[in-house]
Ligand binder design. Structure first.
Ligand SMILES: [Zn+2]
Length: 627
């Protein structure tokens, strides 16, 4: 494991972009619901190729240019819950007001300045995740801040955007997307790049997440919040890492990126010492492999040919580890995969893959490789191989300069893979189909700001005497208001938390459908408890009954409990008193304890012990008076 680098010394700068889906009724520019679907439910599919769009200034974006070179076919799944807006067959409707109001609320919580007029823009999106070839985005607010562990971190911008379509499959030369997610409202919150350590990056993301959850107007669950991280060190480059879903990985990803940039700079220095050079020629080496034993190459040959490039002075460096499990060769392979190829071969890892030493000898000879040189080779459909190798030549040349500015994607192990060049500033232009919206003072004044979750946790500790764990459990829960309602009704705070939070997760593990439980179920349970009709030991059983049948009424629940109502109790006690009259005559009120034991044996968990003892005592007294 690498030791912790000195981030201050390295001049580390990190900025975070948080993307959070909003829980609105409708999508951002149409009336479709924001529900996600199973792909099997899709009623239709259609395909498109990406159209090249230039910005208003006529500039072409580097990321867009690369995507076009990749010439992939995009297939989209359409549902009965999507419409012609998602398919780009109909212009968008007006900006969703509900989403706008939530975005404004979040802006105020982040101490930001709200714009006077919201203008929807088009941001070029090149990966097919949008049927239009662009994503609609609107700047809502600027220049805010959050306080995190005693330091103030700037919030640059808050934008309201449409969520992209979800990728559901990838095959050679194409990608399949699902349109259900396209158009769900999303806020994008960007911090200034003044975060100085990986740990601080994680803490800032956690705080922003807490503020977003405090609104209770956001979508929850996997994939509903994603972080992008911008990382740079002195002499390195700005690298944007997309799609961090696990907050737990954020610090590891930043640290790995720092190590990657440090090692790329070391590689640059060594290549310069060796006077390394990238030959800008693509060699057709198909002939050499006509009779190859390599299964992969034989497969490649069927599709087209085998081509190679020469990296002078790169020997040993292409195969060297940069971060755990990743090498310069892995970066080349990422690029090849982007062009729909299976990967690459390089001489640092050969012989291997069934390629013989004799073939390698011939390969080196044909491209004119010397001892210190590395040969990189790829096979498949000729035009794809040529495009990919051109990009690999660019990437290899960049190794001589240092760290390329680029967009990468987060991997599950905390490393990252090449995704595309960093998009330029040339990618935004106005969306003329959506009218601008004025933000009035009245709109701002009508926003009622929620209590922040972290403030609520402190308040619960102080007001209800909870420890931090319990206060956090209920303070973060969607049932915090119900908790306060029940506690104000006289119930014990720890019992309420146990009933609202812990018992449901326990019985869920036993297979009960706790998603059926509603606030009213809990209110009924606490009413039964208050009326002495159940004991707290009986709560679990009733929760299970509500899971099985959420429509049960209070009366039905009482019957379900085996008729263990007060009537039955009184009858049981009167019979018992008659049966044991001898005992009572002998001991008087002293007969209470043995009789109580007998009643509890029958009614434990069904009726509260205090109620039982009161009734029993009354009946004993009545019996004694009658005598
Ligand atoms: Zn729609």
């Amino acid at each position: 494991m690498h030791a912790e680098p000195d981030y201050h010394e390295l001049g580390l700068r990190v900025g975070i972009e948080v993307h959070q889906q909003l829980n609105t009724q409708h999508k951002l520019f149409c009336r479709c619901p924001v529900t996600l679907r199973e792909k099997e439910d899709s009623c239709m599919k259609f395909s498109r190729f990406l159209r090249a769009t230039k910005s208003e200034l006529g500039e072409e974006d580097a990321a867009a240019r690369e995507e076009m070179a990749r010439s992939r076919k995009f297939t989209y799944r359409f549902y009965d819950s999507t419409c012609l807006v998602e398919a780009d067959e109909e212009p968008p409707g007006e900006l969703n007001r509900e989403a706008l109001m939530i975005a404004l609320e979040i802006a105020l919580l982040l101490n930001m300045n709200v714009v006077q007029e919201v203008h929807t823009m088009r941001k070029i999106v090149v990966d097919g995740s949008n049927t239009t070839g662009f994503q609609r985005t609107a700047l809502i607010a600027m220049d805010g801040y959050v306080d995190v562990e005693g330091e103030r971190i700037g919030i640059d911008t808050l934008c309201l955007e449409e969520e992209a379509a979800q990728k559901i499959g990838e095959m050679e030369g194409g990608i399949e997307y699902s349109l259900d997610r396209l158009g769900i409202p999303l806020v994008e919150i960007g911090t200034t790049p003044e975060i100085k350590t990986p740990q601080q990056a994680k803490a800032v993301a956690e705080t922003i997440g807490m503020i977003l959850r405090s609104t209770e107007k956001i979508k929850r669950g996997l994939g509903t919040i994603r972080q992008d991280v911008n990382v740079s060190i002195r002499d390195g480059a700005r690298v944007e890492i997309k799609g961090v879903q696990e907050l737990e990985l954020l610090d590891k990803i930043v640290k790995n990126e720092v190590i990657r940039q440090i090692n790329l700079l070391k590689i640059r220095d060594r290549l310069r010492e060796r006077k390394a050079e990238v030959v800008k020629e693509i060699f057709d080496v198909t002939e050499i492999f006509h009779k190859t034993e390599s299964k992969i190459l034989r497969k490649n040959l069927k599709k087209g040919g085998i081509f190679a490039i020469l990296l002078k002075g790169f020997s040993g460096i292409v195969g060297e580890e940069i971060v755990p499990g990743r090498r310069l060769g892995t970066e080349f392979a990422d690029i090849a995969r982007m062009f729909g190829l299976g990967g690459i071969f390089h001489t640092d890892e050969l012989p291997g893959y069934g390629i013989s030493s004799d073939e390698i000898e011939k390969l080196r000879e044909q491209v004119g490789a010397e001892k210190n040189d590395c040969v990189v080779m790829a096979g498949g459909e000729t035009s794809r191989v040529i495009s990919a190798l051109k990009r690999i030549i660019d990437r290899a040349e960049y190794a001589l300069m240092g760290v390329p500015e680029e967009t990468r994607r987060a991997l599950d192990d905390g490393t990252t893979a090449y995704l595309r060049p960093l998009p330029g500033a040339a990618r935004m232009y106005p969306e003329t189909d959506v009218p601008p919206v004025r933000i009035t003072e009245e709109m701002i004044e009508n926003i009622k700001l929620p209590e922040l979750i972290e403030d609520r946790i402190e308040r619960f500790m102080k007001t209800y005497g909870l420890n931090r764990d319990l206060a956090t459990l209920i303070g973060r829960s969607g049932k915090h208001a119900l908790f306060e309602e029940l506690v104000k009704d006289g119930h014990q705070p720890s019992l309420v938390i146990r009933t609202l939070e812990m018992l449901p997760s326990e019985i869920e593990r036993e297979g009960y459908r706790t998603s059926n439980l509603r606030d009213d179920h809990f209110r009924m349970i606490f009413k039964l408890l208050k009326d002495g009709k159940i004991a707290k030991e009986g709560i679990e059983e009733i929760l299970k009954k509500f899971c099985e049948n959420p429509e049960l009424s209070l009366e039905e629940i009482e019957q379900e409990l085996g008729g263990a109502g007060l009537d039955e109790l009184e009858r049981f006690i009167r019979d018992l008193v008659n049966q044991k009259s001898a005992l009572i005559e002998e001991r008087g009120k002293g007969a209470f304890s043995p009789l109580m034991g007998l009643v509890m044996k029958e009614f434990r968990g069904k009726i509260d012990g205090k109620t039982i003892s009161e009734i029993l005592m009354t009946e004993i007294e009545k019996f004694l008076e009658k005598k």
